[in-house]
Design a protein around this ligand. Structure first.
Ligand code: COA
Length: 176
């Protein structure tokens, strides 16, 4: 368990026992519409995925002692030194309160600390403004070019990519 404060926000590793909770969250209309996955998960498919994934760390976000969502890092062991950030608050009561922000800070501290990542990136649908504000609050900046659009429910939708670094990037000034 990694805790921000004693009782407020913590993240703990996902286990198979969380399958029903996570499948329930990811299947909600107000969550599913923002995920890249086309299909709503089933418990069987989720457990199969969970057992097969590698180079990934997934955490349950715990707020005031109750599970409210998940956050995670994908591709954490590739040699590039990067990791992909993902987050979801499945319990609407936890949104708009800075819970995701604090969970995200814990996750980034892990990415840039023990995991030694030099950059963390995230992709979202362009119209996912809640996610855009959340990422900006964590210091992510939009990078171009944008990734390829993705089809969701038969609609081709624009996507955006943002990155965050452990400290401000130093750009050398090139003299003429
Ligand atoms: C993306 C998501 C996690 C963002 O959740 P969130 O609660 O808005 O995120 P944050 O914790 O960063 O909260 C920031 C908001 O809380 C408000 N807030 C209230 N109290 C706060 C506090 N003490 N500290 C910080 N922010 C606080 C901020 O003003 C901000 O509000 P605003 O977005 O209206 O400006 C959430 O919308 C979600 O789960 N969406 C569905 C899944 C999804 O889209 N995932 C991303 C896919 S790419």
């Amino acid at each position: 368990m990694i805790a921000a404060t004693a009782r407020e926000v913590a993240i703990r590793p996902v286990t198979e026992a969380d399958a029903a909770l996570i499948v329930g969250w990811r299947g909600r209309d107000d969550v599913h519409c923002w995920l890249f996955a086309e299909e709503r998960p089933t418990i069987e498919a989720h457990i199969q995925w969970f057992r097969s994934v590698k180079e990934r760390e997934e955490f349950v976000i715990v707020w005031r002692g109750a599970p409210v969502g998940t956050c995670g890092l994908a591709n954490v062991r590739v040699e590039s030194g990067s990791a992909e950030y993902g987050i979801m608050l499945g319990e609407p009561v936890a949104r708009g309160k800075g819970v995701a922000l604090r969970a995200g800070r814990l996750l980034l501290a892990r990415a840039f600390g023990p995991l030694g990542r030099s950059v963390v990136w995230a992709e979202r649908f362009a119209d996912n403004y809640a996610c855009a504000r959340h990422l900006a609050g964590l210091g992510f900046v939009t990078v171009l070019p944008a990734p390829a659009p993705r089809t969701k429910d038969g609609v081709l939708r624009k996507t955006m990519r943002a990155c965050v670094w452990p400290r401000p990037k130093m750009h050398p000034v090139v003299e003429d």
